[in-house]
Design a protein around this ligand. Structure first.
Ligand SMILES: N[C@@H](CCC(=O)N[C@@H](CS)C(=O)NCC(=O)O)C(=O)O
Length: 252
C-alpha cells in the first residue's frame, strides 16, 4: 500500500481507491465514529477498511502502521489531491474535512465569524485532550484492567464526572455544544458520550442536559444510521466483562 501511495504521485490515482475520493481506516470504537458521522453529514463516499487495531499479530494492522506510525484509528487518505494526502488524529481529520467540504456548516468560517470558529476549536480540543482520554482511562480501569486499581478508578471517575458536569453546564439552554450550531464538536463528543448510558458510567442521569442532547443527536440521520451498530455489541460485551470479572462499575 505504501508503495502504491508513492507510485501514485505522478499518475492518475483514482484506480488506487476504487474510484472513491477517500480511504478511511477505522474500527468499531469511539474515535472512528466521529469520522463516519462527518462523512455521512457531508454526503461523501469512501472506501472503508476495518483495522483489527487491538490485535498485534494482525497483518492489516502492520501494513496500517507503515502508513500511519502512531498506529491508531481513525486515519484517512484523501485521493482527490496529488500526491494523495494521509492524515491521522480524529480532531485533525474533522477540521480538515469540515473546512474542505462543509461550506461553514460543520465548522464556522474563521474570516467571517472568528468567535464561532474559536468556540468550535476550543470545545474540540477539550474533547480530544480531556473528555476522550479521561473517559477512556476510566473505562479501562472500571471494565478491562485485569486487576482492580481502586485509586486509578476513583481518579478517572472523578475527572470524567467533572468533565460531563462541565458539558452539562455548557448545554444548559442550548441545542448544540458550541457556536450555537450543530458542528464537528457534537460529533466528537457524542462518539464518547453515547456509551455513558449504556452501562459504562454510573449516575449518568444527573447530566440532564447531556441526556437531552444525546436524544437530539440520535435524531440526526447520519447518527441514527449508525446507532444500531454502535449499541448492538454492548450488552454482550458487558456480559463478557462481568463473566471475566473485570466489570467493576456499580450503580446506585
Ligand atoms: N487521539 C486519537 C486517539 C485515537 C485512538 O485512541 N484510537 C483507538 C480506537 S478508538 C485506537 O486506535 N486504539 C488502538 C491502540 O490503542 O492500540 C484520536 O482522536 O484520533
Amino acid at each position: 500500500m505504501s508503495q502504491q501511495l508513492q507510485q501514485s504521485n505522478s499518475t492518475d490515482n483514482t484506480h488506487l481507491n476504487q474510484g472513491k475520493p477517500y480511504k478511511f481506516y477505522g474500527t468499531g470504537t469511539t474515535n472512528p465514529w466521529k469520522i463516519k458521522f462527518l462523512f455521512d453529514e457531508l454526503g461523501i463516499d469512501y472506501v472503508y477498511e476495518d483495522i483489527d487495531i487491538f490485535n498485534e499479530h494482525s497483518e492489516k494492522r502492520k501494513e496500517f502502521i507503515k502508513l500511519f506510525p502512531n498506529g491508531k484509528v481513525p486515519a484517512i487518505i484523501d485521493y482527490t489531491v496529488n500526491p494523495p494526502l494521509k492524515i491521522f488524529e480524529s480532531g485533525a481529520i474533522l477540521i480538515y474535512l469540515a473546512q474542505k467540504h462543509g461550506k461553514g456548516k460543520f465548522i464556522p468560517d474563521l474570516n467571517t465569524d472568528p468567535h464561532s470558529y474559536a468556540d468550535v476549536l476550543q470545545w474540540l480540543a477539550w474533547q480530544i485532550s480531556g473528555l476522550g482520554p479521561m473517559n477512556g482511562q476510566y473505562t479501562y480501569f472500571s471494565c478491562f484492567a485485569p486487576e482492580a486499581v481502586p485509586i486509578a478508578e476513583e481518579r478517572y471517575l472523578k475527572e470524567t464526572d467533572r468533565l460531563y458536569t462541565v458539558l452539562d453546564k455548557q448545554l444548559e439552554g442550548k441545542e448544540w455544544i458550541a457556536a450555537n450550531q450543530y458542528s464537528i464538536v457534537d460529533m466528537a463528543v457524542y462518539s464518547w458520550a453515547v456509551y455513558i448510558r449504556e452501562g459504562f458510567l454510573p449516575n449518568y442521569q444527573k447530566y440532564k442536559n447531556v441526556m437531552a442532547w444525546l436524544d437530539r443527536m440520535n435524531q440526526r440521520p447520519a447518527v441514527a444510521k449508525h446507532l444500531p451498530t454502535i449499541l448492538a455489541p454492548l450488552k454482550e460485551e458487558i456480559e463478557h466483562l462481568t463473566h471475566a470479572g473485570t466489570y467493576r462499575i456499580k450503580f446506585d
